[in-house]
Design a protein around this ligand. Structure first.
Ligand code: CMX
Ligand code: CO
Length: 140
């Protein structure tokens, strides 16, 4: 089952400056930096809240580390802004993806890949989701 918004992915040009904006403006001070070579991004996960069941929601700021990164292509076309939304799953992300694929939505990866903080992630094609690139996340 999809149980929550895990994060909103926002593409930006200057990661440090954008982190500073979220820190200064909203007081989101809990930040985790990571490089994901496979995804071609450097990212900052800013924690928004901590719910009673231990789940948290995040803002994921992403900036490309390579020119052929999908995020570099997206930024060149659209400029900075909301790039994707991510739903958290309470169980196996592949099972969730298989169920969604069975409804005719293209899942981008055959097997889940590594996401932030040891999570397992996969993506649904934006053209099958009314224009929204959608990620599924299983926490580690
Ligand atoms: N949101 C909505 N629509 C998008 C989109 C996005 N983020 N990215 C691309 N599209 C649309 C484009 O606008 C384009 O539409 P038109 O044909 O109408 O112009 C169409 O999808 C094809 O786009 P493209 O620029 O040719 O891009 P590609 O097909 O090469 O790649 C996608 C698109 C979704 C397959 C690719 O971005 C992808 O594999 N994404 C998943 C991985 C990812 O985004 N990683 C970064 C985040 C990592 C993380 O969250 O940890
Ligand atoms: Co993401």
């Amino acid at each position: 089952m999809l149980t929550r918004i895990d994060h909103i992915g926002i593409a930006c040009h200057d990661l440090e400056a954008t982190v500073e904006f979220y820190r200064e403006t909203y007081g989101f001070t809990d930040v985790h930096f990571e490089v994901n070579e496979e995804q071609g991004v450097r990212e900052a996960m800013l924690k928004i809240n901590e719910t009673g069941d231990g789940a948290a929601a995040y803002i994921q700021l992403i900036t490309p580390i390579r020119e052929d990164s999908t995020v570099a292509k997206w930024l060149a076309k659209n400029g900075e802004g909301v790039h994707h939304i991510a739903f958290g799953t309470d169980g196996d992300v592949q099972e969730e993806a298989d169920g969604i694929a069975g409804k005719g939505v293209r899942v981008l990866y055959e097997q889940p890949r590594r996401g932030s903080m040891g999570s397992r992630i996969t993506f649904l094609h934006p053209k099958d989701c009314h224009g929204v690139l959608t990620e599924l996340v299983q926490k580690s």
